[in-house]
Structure formats: C-alpha cells, structure tokens
Design a protein around this ligand. Structure first.
Ligand code: NAD
Length: 303
C-alpha cells in the first residue's frame, strides 16, 4: 500500500473540528458584545467514572477556549435522583446557562429518561430530549445529537450535496444511528438503517454510496463490503486487548481501516475522525442555543 492511497481518502476530523472551533470562537466573541454576557454551558457529572471525568474536563477546557462560560456540577455516585433533578431545574431557570448536558451513563438507580425529560428542550444541547428527536423527525429547528451532526458536517464537506445518494447506517441507537438516519433523509438520501438482526449486512452495505458505522464492534466492516468510491464514516471507538507487554490496547473503529481504505473514496480514521467532532458540535449547539435564547440572529448554516 502506498502512502498516496491511504492519504488521499482520509477525512481529517481533527482539522475540521479545529476550524469549527475557530468559527465558534469568533461568533462567541460577537455574542458577548451583543448580549453583554458570555454564552454558557453547564455540565453535570454524577459519580467518578474515569472516562466521563476525562470527557467532562475536556469539554470544560474547550468551552472556555472558545470564549464561553463553563459551569461544572458534580454529584456523588450514590446521590438521590431528586438531587440531580433539582440541579437540572436550577440550570433550566438560570439565564447564564444556555446549554445543559448531563454526562451519561448515569448510575443504575437513576432513570436516565426521567433526567433527560427534565431538561428544558431549548437548553438540551445534546439533543436527547424527545421534543428534539420529534423536531428532527419532522424537520423543525431544534438540537441534534452532536456525534451524528458532526458526521453529517464531514460528509457534506467532502461530498457537497448528498441528494439522491444511497446511505446505509449500521446501528440504530437513539444517540447515533437513528438521528443519523433522520439527518441523511433530510438531505434527500435514500436511507437504510441496519442493526443486529439485519440479514446479509455485507450485501446491504455494498449498495451504499455513504456508510455510517455506529455499532461498537471492533473492525467489523470489511473492505469487500464497500462499493468502490463510497464515503465511509466510522463512529466506533473500541479498545483492542493489549498486545504483549503493553498496558493498553490500540483504539480502533467499527471499520477495518486497512482493507476499507483501499476501496473507499473517503474514510474517517480512528482516532482523528468522528471523535474530535463531537465536542466541537456540542460547543456549536451551545452557541446556537445562546443566540436563540437571547433572540440574537446567527447564520447557523454558516457555522
Ligand atoms: P449502541 O450499543 O447503543 O448501539 C449499537 C447498535 O449497533 C445497535 O443498534 C445494534 O443493533 C447494532 N449492532 C450490534 N451488533 C450488530 C451487528 N453485528 N451488526 C449490525 N448492527 C449491530 O451504541 P452507540 O451508542 O450507537 O455507539 C456505537 C459506537 O459508536 C460505539 O463504539 C461507541 O463507542 C461509538 N460512539 C462514538 C462517539 C464519538 O464521539 N465518536 C459517540 C457515540 C458513540
């Protein structure tokens, strides 16, 4: 394999996310001048899950770096559901808070759906509230989950119009697969959503001009599943078992990069593809929420 074959089709999500954060920082500074305050994102973390702590720290840093306020609320893992709901209520009522994110997963004794339902949909920058899923499905403005919106941005940046293209989404989760399918349908793709019960998955994927893999199975999608020239977006983040002597295994996606990169017209690597987009889109959603909440105009499509 020559370097050119690998480099040609790579979609650089890290660079795209950096450029998006730069545009957000410019608009956040203008917002501060017009509104007389900074846009603000509140993140609520329950418990001590190390991966969640890393995400929350990273979100806080990037929020501040873009010129917005970051408010962090931490609760112990054994806190009562009521205590979490009280914080959400306070944040709903706080005019300095434009976006609220409750870091998932929550401990088992807390009903995630109940907590998400308590967030004001107009501050639900994660886009998980049923009101926002409904808005997405009927084409009303709302908030779209960050990871699939990031995938769509990468696709449109690479392909331009998606109208009429065949898209196959692998995975039907509420966080990635289903909103991804709704976004692609809104772009006039012909969309097929596949999942663990789909028959002859490889044959279905072979028809696709666009493949979005959001499964959680290391390197499942192989090169011979891919139509030559197709655009492949790999959402998966999977850690392989450590090689001899190493403390951690390698991070890989749901796509077998080595074989798929030979056939695809474009592909996101893992890491450095979809991953960096998620927080950047969260900041974008927060800035959009701030403008809507303050009644200040923003060219959302240009962000
Ligand atoms: P999930 O477990 O909620 O959903 C997985 C989906 O895959 C399910 O709909 C299931 O039906 C489907 N599936 C399982 N086995 C299958 C098979 N053999 N064939 C076809 N479909 C199958 O997962 P999720 O939350 O949607 O996340 C999917 C992956 O994306 C995970 O690896 C997760 O870590 C990653 N992820 C990454 C980001 C990011 O920022 N890059 C964000 C969210 C999720």
């Amino acid at each position: 394999m020559t370097a050119a074959i690998i480099d040609g089709p790579i979609i650089d999500g890290k660079a795209f996310a950096e450029a998006l954060r730069a545009r957000i920082a410019i608009e956040a500074a203008k917002f501060e001048v017009h509104a007389g305050r900074k846009a603000g994102l509140a993140v609520v973390l329950v418990g001590e899950d190390p991966a969640s702590q890393v995400y929350v720290r990273s979100k806080g840093k990037q929020t501040v770096a873009c010129g917005m306020n970051s408010f962090e609320h931490r609760l112990p893992a054994d806190c009562a559901e009521g205590a979490l709901l009280d914080i959400v209520e306070r944040l709903n009522a706080d005019p300095a808070v434009d976006g609220i994110l409750v870091q998932l997963p929550l401990p088992d004794h807390i009903d995630e759906q109940q907590v998400i339902a308590a967030i004001n949909p107009d501050k639900d920058v994660d886009g998980f509230h049923v009101v926002n899923s409904g808005r997405l499905s009927v084409g009303l403005p709302g908030f779209v989950p960050c990871t699939p919106l990031g995938c769509l941005m990468l696709l449109k940046d690479r392909l331009g119009s998606l109208s009429g293209l065949d898209a196959v989404v692998i995975g039907r989760s509420n966080i990635v697969g289903k909103p991804m399918a709704a976004l692609l349908l809104a772009e006039s793709c012909t969309v097929t959503v596949t999942h663990s019960r789909t028959k002859d998955l490889a044959d279905v994927v072979r028809r696709a001009d666009i493949v979005v893999a959001a499964v959680g199975r290391a390197e499942m999608v192989k090169g011979d599943w891919i139509k030559p020239g197709a655009c492949v977006i790999d959402v998966g983040i999977n850690r392989l078992p450590p090689a001899d002597g190493a403390d951690k295994g390698r991070l890989v996606g749901d796509v077998d990069y080595a074989s798929v990169a030979q056939v695809a017209g474009a592909i996101t690597p893992v890491p450095g593809g979809v991953g960096p987009m998620t927080i950047a889109v969260l900041l974008r959603n927060t800035l959009v929420a701030a403008h809507r909440n303050a009644g200040i105009e923003l060219d959302e499509a240009a962000l």
